[in-house]
Design a protein around this ligand. Structure first.
Ligand SMILES: NC(=O)c1ccc[n+]([C@@H]2O[C@H](COP(=O)([O-])OP(=O)(O)OC[C@H]3O[C@@H](n4cnc5c(N)ncnc54)[C@H](O)[C@@H]3O)[C@@H](O)[C@H]2O)c1
Ligand SMILES: C[N+](C)(C)CC=O
Length: 489
């Protein structure tokens, strides 16, 4: 597949340098596409196009309902091309096609949601302190938005940024992860087909250090929205300070899944697996930190290990496969180092802890689903995000201890509590310092519910009404209907 093009000012163009990058299938390391490799110069061109479209184009003044209609067209085109998009996502990321189909349904739902709320907030009149006056508050687009996405959910994370930015009347430049650009390229074709005007949505492909850094530091960009790792987030935050850009950061997590002895045991075990092993654990909100009540610890570990040992690895295109490979050789080696460090610190490998020996999996970046027991809160495997199929298990003996452990983290993205005691569940979630907390569930997200992190898991929210607010400025307009001199001076 040839994808040597970027989308700038409504035209498909190669990188100015003519450089390209090979896109690799993580299942077998075959080259599946050749993509343009843009750099700072391409990013500057795209920002110029987005600036012009915002300052001189009609998009920001188009009625919100007309913008909503175009965003709805995108949702419908994603539904139309669901299978093609899902297969492309699986080819690029290694995840199962079934998972990718679910992602495409979620993505269409995200565009539909923001299309529907685009025209639902026309502003409000507020009480004025003076007679013969009125005071109103209106929402306006922020301007030119830089949007940077990761490789794990390439199109899903892109949709959480594209849909609200367009619905709110902004123009944008998106940079997908350089290793998984394929579905984002395809969606820019669909946005063009859906009627997004020229220059409004621009796409630059390439590395973070070049394209991403330019988007973060360029003073013509008014907002930067980033999803990715915590260290990259900190760099972007520094770069964005140059013109005090608005900033939205969706960063990592090491998410606690607290299991009390009175939980529905079978369901808690089953959902603990779902909470981690989709996409080989490469999920920001994966429940990789299991904190289980000591009374059921051994029984829980036994049940979990039996199920984990039976997870079927393979090609995402094989319908028997339950878990695909990791994204890259570099990432595989990071996950291996993470587990080795945990072992040195005293964790015990209850299952997994190595690459599979199956000859059919030797060309892919596979790692066995892994459970580490005897974990304590001071260990690096408990504190750091592994971003792989690795669960750490800790024990607790009281509700207070469970909460204390769950909150003992620099992260605050998501967490879960399993119990049949409703009051206990409510007490726990009230104290858990995370942007999303599930009671008797894990890893559920949908367009209406805001998503984002407490603590170092991020700044701001995507999805829900707050996800639209990120892309809007609030303006107060005071109108004096009977101006007269004050004669103060
Ligand atoms: N909170 C969430 O909703 C959420 C969702 C998905 C992924 N994530 C996080 O993403 C991380 C994994 O993704 P990743 O490895 O692609 O992250 P990453 O930080 O390495 O890269 C993310 C994006 O940032 C770009 N980038 C890299 N350096 C840059 C720089 N200096 N300036 C600007 N852009 C730069 C990359 O090219 C890529 O497009 C994990 O930590 C995961 O938890 C968070
Ligand atoms: C936000 N989510 C869960 C869709 C993907 C995180 O990596």
């Amino acid at each position: 597949m040839e994808t040597k093009l970027q989308f700038i000012g409504g035209e498909w163009v190669p990188a100015l340098s003519k450089e390209t990058r090979e896109i690799i299938n993580p299942f077998n390391q075959e080259v599946i596409a050749v993509a343009a490799e843009g750099n700072e110069k391409d990013a500057k061109e795209a920002i110029k196009a987005a600036r012009k479209a915002f300052d001189q184009g009609d998009w920001s003044n188009t009625s919100a309902s007309d913008r909503g209609e175009i965003v709805m067209n995108i949702a419908n085109l994603i539904k139309r091309d669901r299978e093609e998009l899902a297969r492309l996502e699986s080819l690029d990321t290694g995840k199962t096609v079934e998972e990718s189909r679910g992602d495409m349904d979620d993505i269409a739902g995200v565009f539909r949601y923001f299309a529907e709320i685009a025209d639902k907030d026309g502003g409000e009149l507020i009480d004025s302190p003076l007679p013969n006056s009125n005071s109103k508050v209106v929402k306006e687009p922020v301007g030119v938005c830089g949007q940077i996405t990761p490789w794990n959910y390439p199109l899903l994370q892109a949709s959480w940024k594209l849909a609200p930015a367009l619905a709110a009347g902004n123009t944008l430049v998106m940079k997908p992860s350089e290793i998984t650009p394929l579905t984002t390229v395809k969606v820019f074709e669909l946005m063009d087909e859906a009627g997004v005007p020229k220059g409004v949505a621009n796409l630059v492909l390439g590395a973070g250090a070049t394209v991403g850094a330019e988007l973060s530091s360029n003073t013509d960009v008014d907002l930067i929205s980033f999803t990715g790792g915590i260290e990259t987030g900190k760099n972007i935050m520094k770069a964005a300070s140059v013109n005090v850009k608005k900033l939205a950061l969706e960063l990592g997590g090491k998410n606690p899944n607290v299991i009390f002895a009175d939980a529905d045991f079978e369901t808690a075990v089953d959902q603990a697996l779902n909470g981690v092993f989709f996409h080989a654990g490469q999920i920001c909100s994966a429940g990789t930190r299991i904190i289980v009540e000591d009374k059921i610890h051994d029984q829980f570990v036994d049940a979990l290990v039996k199920r984990v040992a039976n997870i079927r690895l393979g090609s995402g295109f094989d319908e028997n496969t339950q878990m695909g490979p990791l994204i890259s050789k570099e990432h595989l080696s990071k996950v291996m180092d993470y587990v080795e460090k945990g072992k040195k610190e005293g964790a015990t490998v209850a299952v997994g802890g190595k690459q599979p020996e199956d000859p059919e999996l030797q060309d892919g970046f596979f790692y066995l689903p892994t459970v580490l027991t005897d974990c304590t809160t001071d260990m690096s495997v408990v504190q750091n995000e592994g971003f792989g199929p690795v669960i750490t298990i800790e024990k607790f003996s009281s509700e207070e201890e469970a909460i204390q452990l769950a909150n003992d983290s620099i992260y605050g993205l998501a967490g879960g509590v399993w119990t049949s005691d409703i009051a206990k569940a409510e007490r726990c979630v009230a104290k858990m310092r995370m942007g999303t907390v599930w009671i008797n569930d894990f890893n559920l997200y949908f367009p209406h519910a805001p998503w984002g992190g407490f603590k170092q898991s991020g700044i701001g929210r995507e999805l829900g009404k707050p996800g639209l607010d990120e892309y809007q400025e609030t303006k107060h307009i005071f109108h004096n209907l009977k101006p007269e001199p004050m004669n103060w001076f």
